[in-house]
Design a protein around this ligand. Structure first.
Ligand SMILES: Cc1cc2nc3c(=O)[nH]c(=O)nc-3n(C[C@H](O)[C@H](O)[C@H](O)COP(=O)(O)OP(=O)(O)OC[C@H]3O[C@@H](n4cnc5c(N)ncnc54)[C@H](O)[C@@H]3O)c2cc1C
Length: 381
């Protein structure tokens, strides 16, 4: 296994083709894509690699079902394709995940509507290795989820994919990039830029100037100008085996209860966040209490604060100036200055794809017509 060695002294030695700022999953995928195309890459991270939003995921590698429900077939197909790619390039760290949704006779969640939705879902994922979706009986649904508060009429079952460990995946991409020559460093903070030089300092306050031909900002919630929502997942002792379950809270929010080793992850709670993206902000405590109430209102479990093993929290971009949480559906790559690209990230699932778009633009600017290889190459580290 390649060790990730922070090498701040090497950051000023070379003119890099790409300087990546931010060492979450997006920065890691950008660095990996760029080294695979033969570019010279530097990456800096102000804290620890993968320590921010990228550790806080519910660990779903989403397929397209929710986007089909919104009528966005193009995005549903893209998500299905990315899910397949993750399963192929990270076979030890991404696994199939069976998901079960108990059904009733509501207009949206009845066996006929969901049966059609599952067929469409299989259609957009026509090249998938995952089992096809199906409607299962009420008895089988109760057997899988014995504490349901009211008897279902049936269950909708399909497969998504799940990360075994979100942080390990970020580190796998970084290790693979280092093995192919990327120079990367933790504890190095960008504090400014003049033309194509990134000005940074290390943990001891030493200044570092990093020269690039292009710069890609992968700052997550720290991207300037974003409107944010607070996102929270709870980690609790394991509630049931095998299935992730989609269950509605009393206020109509769809929550997912996903198995994760000895634990269950429950998420995701969202609330408008008018503050800086600080995971230690004191206002978060109130939201944890509200989320606990929301989880208990589902009726499958009665949790108290003492049951919470960990609270995963992060900050996600929402539509600008929203008065309600309207999460952005798709990430973007924006050239904010000549040869400087800003990635707005929305999902872990789409990190590889956005990285491809960013490095396509980098290669166009550098007039290096090199093809993306990340859909094909298995990430070995
Ligand atoms: C609770 C929760 C659950 C989620 N669940 C899922 C899920 O199940 N499936 C899914 O697909 N997505 C999920 N997401 C979304 C997903 O986690 C994020 O979209 C993704 O991790 C964003 O990655 P990133 O690299 O852009 O950001 P980050 O991981 O936040 O990385 C940005 C990095 O930039 C660094 N940085 C910032 N400023 C500087 C600077 N000046 N100098 C140097 N470094 C800097 C930060 O320290 C940070 O490490 C979830 C998010 C949350 C919060």
């Amino acid at each position: 296994m390649t060790t990730i060695k922070s090498e701040p002294h090497r950051l000023s030695e070379t003119l890099f083709d790409v300087v990546v700022v931010g060492g979450g999953i997006y920065g890691a995928c950008v660095a990996w894509d760029a080294v695979l195309r033969g570019l010279r890459v530097a990456l800096i991270e102000r804290g620890r690699f993968g320590q921010a939003n990228s550790t806080n995921s519910l660990r779903f590698i989403h397929g397209g079902l929710r986007y089909l429900q919104e009528g966005n077939i193009k995005l549903a197909r893209r998500m299905a394709r990315e899910r397949e790619t993750w399963l192929r390039i990270l076979p030890d760290l991404v696994r199939p995940l069976p998901v079960l949704l108990p059904l009733c006779n509501s207009p949206k969640f009845n066996p006929i509507t969901m049966g059609l939705a599952l067929k469409l879902n299989d259609g957009v994922a026509y090249d998938s290795v995952l089992p096809k979706g199906k409607i299962i009986s009420a008895a089988d649904t109760i057997k899988a989820l014995p504490t349901l508060p009211s008897p279902p009429t049936a269950g909708a079952m399909w497969h998504d994919a799940q990360m075994v460990d979100a942080e390990a995946i970020t580190l796998a991409f970084l290790r693979a990039a280092v093995a192919r020559g990327a120079v990367i460093s933790e504890g190095v903070t960008m504090h400014g830029r003049t033309n194509m030089t990134v000005h940074a300092h290390d943990a001891d306050g030493n200044d570092i100037a990093i020269h690039g031909r292009t710069i890609v900002h992968c700052l997550g919630a720290h991207q300037p100008g974003l409107s944010l929502s607070l996102a929270i997942n709870l980690v609790v002792p394991r509630l049931w085996e095998t299935y992730a379950a989609g269950l509605q809270s009393a206020d109509g929010q769809m929550l997912f209860f996903a198995p994760a080793q000895a634990h269950t992850l429950i998420g995701t709670y969202h609330a408008l966040w008018p503050h800086l993206p600080d995971p230690a902000h004191p206002a978060i405590a109130v939201h944890i209490g509200r989320f606990l109430t929301q989880v208990n209102s589902v009726g499958v479990v009665r949790l108290t604060a003492a049951d919470i093993i960990a609270v995963n929290r992060g900050f996600l971009p929402i539509a600008p100036h929203s008065t309600a949480v309207r999460l952005l559906r798709e990430g973007t790559v924006h050239e904010s200055a000549p040869q400087v690209f800003d990635i707005t990230s929305v999902k872990y699932t789409t990190a590889r794809w956005l990285a491809e778009q960013a490095i396509d633009q980098v290669c166009a600017r550098l007039q290096l017509p090199r093809r993306c290889e990340t859909e094909r190459v298995v990430v070995t580290w």
